[in-house]
Ligand binder design. Structure first.
Ligand code: GLN
Length: 287
């Protein structure tokens, strides 16, 4: 079969399975299955594809038809310009989360060396891209720690660390349980979906992404309570806590931060104009 016929077949299957972006997803899976670039795809449309590759492509299409996200099929997602491995057990890196990394880089750009903690690291995308970008900016003496409670996440974060050549430590820890040090900045994209809302999120997320990385308990705030309550002990005076939040959580998170003596609290909106990233400073200390 020609590439064009296979692509048409793939699109028909995905469309019939109610995959919204069926045209794009078919192209993504074709590039992956045939190992070709976007331009190649258009040049090879009339070529016959080897049976083996065509079968593999159809396997990928059939997986996508079950609503498995493309990123779990291809095993990767780009984040901050780096290709991160994505596997069962870690959240797929989201575009909004790049805003957190960009802001964290901006806020620490004046630090010659930086001690940073990525709490609830998952695939490692926040901490690893932060370290790589800072090194590109000629900051060579950072100490970056990635922490997660999940063994699966630690495993994927380790693989991403080696794949991308990041300089960081990775530790299994239930929030701050095994953290000993203090940091200039703590970055976190914790689980923040209300348990009752999990049923309503897209099938792709609900059925395939790890609930441990999504579920923030009945009010969606349980991790912010713990982060706001404990983070100051792990920050230097003037240290920064930067966290991703749900679009309707800023007021609650702000209050938690104020009650825990954080200052200069602000929020950054995402590309859709929704509150997404909270920044707060630990200006007081209880050594
Ligand atoms: N932003 C994610 C989503 O849309 C949720 C991430 C999280 O809970 N940290 O599903």
């Amino acid at each position: 079969m020609t590439l064009r016929d296979l692509i048409i077949k793939g699109q028909d299957i995905l469309k019939a399975s109610d995959i919204e972006d069926y045209e794009n997803d078919t192209r993504v899976l074709a590039m992956f299955a045939f190992g070709i670039s976007y331009t190649d795809m258009f040049m090879k449309m009339t070529e016959d594809m080897p049976d083996e590759d065509a079968d593999f492509f159809m396997d990928c299409i059939n997986l996508r038809a079950t609503h498995m996200p493309c990123q779990y099929i291809t095993g990767s997602q780009e984040f901050m310009g780096y290709e991160f491995l994505t596997e069962d057990g870690v959240l797929i890196p989201r575009q909004e989360t790049e805003l957190l990394v960009e802001k964290a880089l901006e806020l620490t750009s004046g630090l010659k060396s930086c001690k940073a903690l990525d709490m609830c690291t998952g695939s490692g995308c926040i901490g690893i891209s932060f370290e790589l970008k800072r090194r590109e900016d000629r900051h060579f003496d950072d100490e970056i720690m990635l922490a997660d409670i999940s063994e699966d996440a630690i495993y994927v974060a380790e693989k991403n660390k080696y794949k991308l050549g990041a300089k960081c430590s990775i530790i299994k820890s239930d929030l701050f349980e095994n953290i000993k040090d203090r940091y200039d900045i703590i970055m976190s994209n914790p689980p923040y979906i209300r348990t009752s809302d999990i049923d309503d999120i897209m099938e792709e997320v609900r059925e395939f992404e790890p609930h441990i990385a999504l579920d923030g308990d009945s009010d969606g705030l349980s991790f912010y309570k713990r982060l706001a309550g404990e983070a100051r002990e792990f920050l230097y005076k003037g240290g920064i806590l930067i966290m991703e939040i749900g679009f309707d959580q800023y007021e609650d998170v702000r209050e938690l931060l104020i009650n825990n003596k954080f200052n200069n609290i602000s929020v950054i909106k995402d590309y859709s104009g929704l509150d997404r990233i909270v920044v707060a400073y630990a200006t007081e200390h209880d050594y």
